[in-house]
Design a protein around this ligand. Sequence first.
Ligand code: GDP
Ligand code: FE
Ligand code: FE
Ligand code: FE
Length: 195
Amino acid sequence: ITYSQQYINCSRKELLEAVSQVMSPKRFIHVKGVEQAALELAEQYGADREKVSIAALLHDYAKEQLDEEMRDIIISENMDLELLQYGNNIWHGPVGAILIRNRFEVTDTEILDAVRHHTVGAPHMGLIEQIIYIADYIEPNRDFKGITEARTLAKSSLKEAIAFATLKTLKYLLEKNVKIYPRAIETYNAWVVQK
Ligand code: GDP
Ligand code: FE
Ligand code: FE
Ligand code: FE
């Protein structure tokens, strides 16, 4: 895949190099796995491959940034201050969207929303958001109970895969007695609850 450079100010090769420099080798392997899984889903569901590749390679861009810097960005960008009650797990999506806009001049809303929402999802997600949300869950290097079912579901229905991943993640978080970000509940209500 070759970038037309209408969505980002560098080549895919330069992007890979830049991303590898802000994270551990292990996470970089995860990111490349997300791109692979996301491109397969893009083929199947008819999404723009270039946008999907960029969103996948950048989805965890802020994951290893310092908490202090992320806090400053949440405040200076007038983001929801409720975020400050959480930590990097919840911040790296929305803060990542700001960082990649600044560094790589990404302004495409579908790419930015896919990065912003990849961890807790959103009640309304477009095709690229849906693909990144699921690719992050099923990429080839992931291994957990239920992964096979998640991969099978993703091949037959993106929506069912999202419902499955959202329910499993929420159950797991509830078992751990951790604070649930309110939008995770909204995602559950929109994608898991039968209407
Ligand atoms: P990763 O960045 O590829 O590791 O994956 P994600 O961005 O999807 O998730 C990052 C972490 O956030 C995972 O450990 C999730 O279980 C966790 N997480 C997701 N939703 C919530 C939430 O509502 N509250 C808390 N405390 N953690 C969450
Ligand atoms: Fe993430
Ligand atoms: Fe995820
Ligand atoms: Fe990820």
